[in-house]
Design a protein around this ligand. Structure first.
Ligand SMILES: NC(=O)c1ccc[n+]([C@@H]2O[C@H](COP(=O)([O-])OP(=O)(O)OC[C@H]3O[C@@H](n4cnc5c(N)ncnc54)[C@H](OP(=O)(O)O)[C@@H]3O)[C@@H](O)[C@H]2O)c1
Length: 292
């Protein structure tokens, strides 16, 4: 039976701990900022020894550092200084934006270091445990960790995949655009619908159905083929008229996205159409529309 230590047992640490325990892993040392917090995590996981000090960490094949991103490097340094991680043990963090290199002090002691990022929102551990199955888990770092971390990811119901060296930030930026910016676009569309006098409930249905169908088209056909609308048709006049109803921040966003959209549509438009749309997106400067 493999042992998993958890340093930082908050939302992600508790969830992974419980999933791992259910999959037959033994949960060893559990350490948080407060021992009460570590005890509560062990209660949730159903296993584990809550510690008051990093110096009490027991040997384990796997150690997860699930502290906030800004704490990974200092906690890794403290764990290395504690001398409680031996050569050949696997230590990994779960940050999406940071690389395994944050664990360098542990690697210097002979530990094999990696990051394993589940592309999942651990808002609340009980809900996370119930819905984690099928989550993609990006693995990066020392290849000597890959076999045991792939086994762990599969055992807890995840779908592991390897990230190329140096790809971590672009990977995380891709997730941020796909998830966060989709929400930002929804908010912009809501503001414009409101400006048209459409009530919130009607806008919810109108925009929700359109966004869902558009996303389904883009996933099925690819972005360039799924694209419709004035820019895809080379309709510079409509682009210009849209801009007239925007506030300056809306206009700035519309122009930036419009320029990227024009790039997607380029294969369908002749040079004159592309130039006309580009001018409509640039004229008057972006973010200086007529709106409020
Ligand atoms: N939450 C998500 O949806 C999600 C998704 C993917 C990846 N991640 C990654 O998972 C990691 C943890 O995120 P989280 O959301 O689980 O954070 P969290 O809920 O805030 O939990 C952080 C845990 O770390 C402990 N901690 C903080 N500073 C510490 C220190 N100096 N020494 C020891 N323990 C310390 C906290 O202890 P106390 O309980 O005593 O305060 C807490 O148990 C981050 O790298 C994050 O990027 C999170």
């Amino acid at each position: 039976m493999q042992t998993l230590n958890i340093i930082g047992a908050g939302r992600l640490g508790q969830s992974i701990g419980r999933l791992a325990a259910q999959a037959g892993y033994r949960i060893g040392s559990v350490y948080c900022r407060s021992q009460a917090s570590a005890q509560a995590a062990c209660d949730f996981i159903g296993q584990g020894a809550p510690l008051a000090s990093l110096h009490d960490v027991q040997p384990a094949l796997l150690t997860l550092l699930a502290v906030p991103d800004g704490q990974i490097a200092p906690v890794a340094a403290m764990l290395a200084d504690s001398g409680r991680v031996a050569a050949g043990q696997v230590v990994f963090h779960a940050s999406g934006a940071c690389e395994a290199a944050l664990l360098a002090p542990l690697a210097a002691r002979g530990a094999y270091c990696a990051s394993l990022h589940p592309a999942f929102s651990f808002a609340e551990p009980a809900r996370a445990v119930a819905s984690f199955a099928g989550t993609r888990c990006a693995l990066e770092g020392d290849e000597r960790t890959f076999a045991s971390l792939q086994d762990l990811a599969l055992a807890i119901g995840g779908q592991p995949f390897l990230l190329a060296p140096g790809g971590k930030l672009a990977y995380h930026a891709a997730l941020a655009v796909a998830s966060n910016y989709l929400v930002t676009l929804h908010a912009l569309a809501q503001q414009l619908a409101s400006r048209a006098g459409i009530g919130a409930q009607d806008a919810h249905v109108l925009l929700g159905e359109l966004m869902q169908k558009t996303l389904a088209n883009s996933l099925a056909l690819g972005p360039a083929t799924a694209l419709t609308g004035p820019i895809a048709r080379g309709d510079a006049d409509t682009v210009r008229r849209h801009r007239a109803v925007m506030s300056p921040p809306q206009d700035a966003l519309y122009c930036a996205l419009g320029t990227a959209t024009l790039g997607l549509a380029a294969g369908r438009l002749d040079e004159a159409q592309q130039a006309a749309v580009a001018i409509a997106l640039r004229e008057g400067g972006c973010g200086v529309g007529q709106g409020e």
